[in-house]
Design a protein around this ligand. Structure first.
Ligand code: B1M
Length: 211
């Protein structure tokens, strides 16, 4: 088994205690940090999701897999993040109301930070008003990013975008959206400025939006 396969197996089995060591070993062996993230962790979470959908595993197993991935990302972070010494603007991010998924949102925040933004992370289950308050409290903020992982929380994303527009803040900030069930069509429909499918493209798009 390759180191990356071992990492994937550890994420799937929720082995949070050993994952840090495996990631360190893989780095020492010269594995590409992005490949460790994509093939070792994100793909493994895809397998976990598939097993959950097929009733082969349940919420507790999904939770321990998520914990293992978070531990792995902590160790990987310094190897992924670039030089963020120069700040090109503030970026507010959060997972929308009713949604507790934060692994993808955290990855987006990490990539955005390494692209040079100062990230203000509002966390998970963020109501529309909290996004509005945070934008008002940071008049120099240029972009707000909304994440949703559940089809049932897509309406909360729509509400958050509407609240930002209704509060007259659309001339101040660009709105970026993403998350597994989100599509370009949905982003267009709710009035977001940009949709990106993953963390790397979110960072790229954010830079373009402030250029
Ligand atoms: Co949940 N869950 N979950 N879950 N969970 C999914 C999302 C699900 C697809 C699993 C499945 O059925 N196959 C399913 C949703 C089905 C649907 O909506 N149609 C589901 C469900 C049903 C649920 C519960 C309802 C289960 C229950 O209680 N019965 C429940 C809901 C809780 C709630 O939020 N209110 C629930 C709970 C949980 C846990 C708490 C156990 C745990 C989350 C832990 C955590 O995040 N701290 C969990 C997990 C781990 C998953 C899966 C397995 C993995 C999610 C993940 O972290 N992926 C997931 C299945 C799957 O995704 N295949 C599943 C890895 C991550 C890197 O990817 O988050 O997609 P992702 O982020 C990507 C992109 O989407 C994108 O970039 C990221 C990195 O490249 N992206 C953005 C994300 N946000 C972005 C924002 C952007 C741009 C890009 O711009 C701003």
């Amino acid at each position: 088994m390759s180191k990356i396969e071992e990492i994937a197996a550890a994420v799937e089995a929720g082995k949070a205690k050993i994952i840090g060591g495996l990631v360190e070993d893989a780095i020492k062996e010269g594995c590409d940090p992005l490949e460790i993230l994509n093939k070792g962790m994100i793909d493994a979470m895809g397998v976990v999701g598939e097993k959950f959908r097929n009733n082969e595993i349940f919420v507790p197993e999904m939770l321990v897999a998520a914990r293992a991935m978070k531990k792995g990302v902590e160790v990987l972070k310094p190897h992924l993040a670039g030089d963020s010494s120069a700040t090109i603007g503030k970026y507010i991010i959060g997972t929308v109301a009713g949604d507790l998924h934060d692994i993808g949102k955290n990855l987006v925040a990490m990539m955005i930070e390494s692209a040079g933004f100062e990230v203000i992370d509002l966390g998970v289950d963020v109501p529309a008003e909290k996004f509005v308050e945070a934008i008002k409290a940071n008049p120099d903020c240029k972009i707000v990013g909304l994440s949703a992982l559940l089809t049932t929380t897509m309406p909360a994303m729509k509400e958050a975008v509407a609240a930002i527009i209704d509060a007259g803040l659309k001339s101040q900030v660009k709105i970026m959206v993403g998350g597994a069930p989100i599509t370009q069509e949905f982003a267009d429909e709710i009035g977001a400025d940009a949709y990106t499918p993953d963390a790397a493209s979110a960072a790229q798009k954010a830079k373009e939006l402030v250029a």
